[in-house]
Design a protein around this ligand. Structure first.
Ligand code: SF4
Length: 349
């Protein structure tokens, strides 16, 4: 039996058509499951009983098992899903005044090794399947029946572009009007800048956020070893060619680390680097972790940096860190793996 959430609409049409059935049946299934939230084939009243039985034998529509839900003082919620191979997938629901964002994981662990990130420290275990990515949205939707997810960010555990094929298939399902039906403007893919993969994503697919964190190569390579492969110059070339309509703009994420990248000189270099680029800058005060040595800059330092960029007319926001007390903040996912490894419960990562 195949997992329904693995199929893009085109793939589902093919699979159903291959059995001699009309392809529009795939669109009916999509509408029931994604639009109406009906997961039981028996309730799909416009499909004949015989076909419902066939689909029931073909596809599983079960949701991922929720192992844990932690709620932060600020209202964010971290979901831990149990995978069939004994791993945990983490997603974070972030309610705000005007939107509710769901931050999805695309891998268990991560290969990128960014020095300031707990997930980077835990190493890489495996990619998530399309069903495991889409399953996070479906499970949270069905759990939080009184809240609507308005935005999707691929920013959780893992580097989404390093799991490119499954990312692209997931974007297809998330955007499809018969699927989860999110506008591309409500979807963000965050990447360290894997340019070859990013070039496969079109502005009509999703917004792009680049995790930058330093404006010169030496410092960025220290913080993010991937910069050796895709240096800042290449990242900026990509940014300049990622053109949709006049509303398209790239977001740059800049995790602020005390004494590392938080000086006015750093702000000046950032301002110079982004000169002429239509963009938004998110300053993210570092979430301290007992497993990493970095510290959060003081409020004054952050404010000075912020003001410098505002005075240079950049749209710049200091992103208040959400869900820190539940290990759901930026760069905190996967902390359980490190704790379990330290306690000798798991090996091999
Ligand atoms: Fe991976 Fe993102 Fe962490 Fe870097 S910051 S190690 S890309 S999860």
């Amino acid at each position: 039996m195949r997992n329904f959430y693995d199929f893009t609409l085109t793939e589902l049409e093919k699979a159903i058509g291959a059995l001699g059935n009309e392809r529009y049946r795939a669109r009916q299934l999509y509408k029931w499951i994604y639009n109406k939230g009906v997961l039981d084939f028996a309730e799909m009243s416009n499909i004949s009983k015989g076909l419902r039985m066939l689909f029931k034998d073909m596809f599983s529509t079960g949701l991922p098992e929720i192992k844990e839900v932690l709620t932060s003082r600020d209202g964010s919620m971290k979901f831990g899903f149990q995978t069939t191979d004994g791993n945990t997938i983490e997603s974070v629901f972030i309610p705000e005044k005007e939107r509710n964002t769901l931050c999805l994981s695309t891998q268990i662990g991560c290969k990128m090794g960014c020095r300031f990130c707990v997930t980077g420290k835990m190493g890489f275990i495996r990619n998530l399947s399309v069903a495991e990515i889409i399953g996070q949205i479906m499970a949270v939707k069905h759990y939080l029946t009184d809240k609507r997810i308005t935005n999707i960010v691929f920013m959780g555990m893992g580097e989404p572009v390093d799991n490119l094929e499954n990312l692209l298939h997931s974007l297809d399902i998330v955007k499809n009007p018969l699927g989860l039906n999110f506008s591309h403007r409500k979807i963000t893919v965050s990447s360290v800048g894997l340019i070859d993969g990013l070039n496969q994503i079109q502005p009509k697919d999703a917004c792009i956020a680049i995790s930058l964190n330093a404006a010169e190569d030496k410092k960025r390579t220290y913080l993010m070893p991937i910069n050796r492969l895709y240096p800042i110059r290449e990242v900026m070339n990509f940014v300049k060619t990622f053109k949709g309509n006049r509303r398209t703009r790239i977001t740059f994420e800049y995790v602020m680390l005390k004494g590392i990248n938080d000086s006015l000189e750093d702000a000046r270099l950032l301002s110079e680097l982004l000169s002429g680029v239509r963009c938004k800058i998110n300053l993210i005060p570092y979430n301290e972790s007992p497993y990493l040595e970095y510290k959060t800059p003081g409020v004054d330092t952050i404010e000075r940096f912020h003001t410098y960029l505002l005075n240079k007319h950049y749209t710049t926001i200091v992103r208040s860190s959400r869900g820190q007390d539940i290990g759901g903040g930026c760069g905190q996912l996967g902390i359980r793996y490190i704790e379990e490894r330290q306690n000798g419960c798991i090996t091999g990562i």
